[in-house]
Structure formats: C-alpha cells, structure tokens
Design a protein around this ligand. Structure first.
Ligand SMILES: [Zn+2]
Length: 66
C-alpha cells in the first residue's frame, strides 16, 4: 500500500481544515405567524402547514407574549 513520503506539517493540516465549516441552517418564514421556521416542515410555533392546522401546539404561546 502506498504511503506518504513526508508528513504534512500541523500548519498545513490546519490550513486545510479552515474550510471545514458548518452550513447555516436555512430558514423560511411561516405565512401564518410570520416567525422563522424550517422549510418543508410544520411550523412549531403555530402548528400550521400549507395553510392548515396540522398539529396542536402546547400552550407555550401565552408565556412568550407576556
Ligand atoms: Zn407559524
């Protein structure tokens, strides 16, 4: 099996790894409550998807409004 002739310096390895980044989560806006939500997923705040109530949301909203 082929082996590397020289070891890469720690700086070289680190320079290569500067491009390892976590992609930002893409967010879309909920047309119902105008809050940011994950695209193609039910809105966690109001429970709506495609203009319909799909899931029931627990009564956490009241606390947020205060
Ligand atoms: Zn919503």
């Amino acid at each position: 099996m082929a082996l590397p002739k020289r070891r890469h310096s720690s700086a070289r390895g680190r320079r290569r790894r500067t491009h390892w980044k976590i992609a930002k989560t893409s967010l879309s806006t909920c047309p119902q409550c105008k809050q940011p939500k994950l695209p193609h997923q039910v809105c966690k705040i109001c429970g709506y998807y495609a203009g319909k109530q799909v899931i029931e949301v627990k009564a956490k909203e009241k606390k947020k409004k205060k």
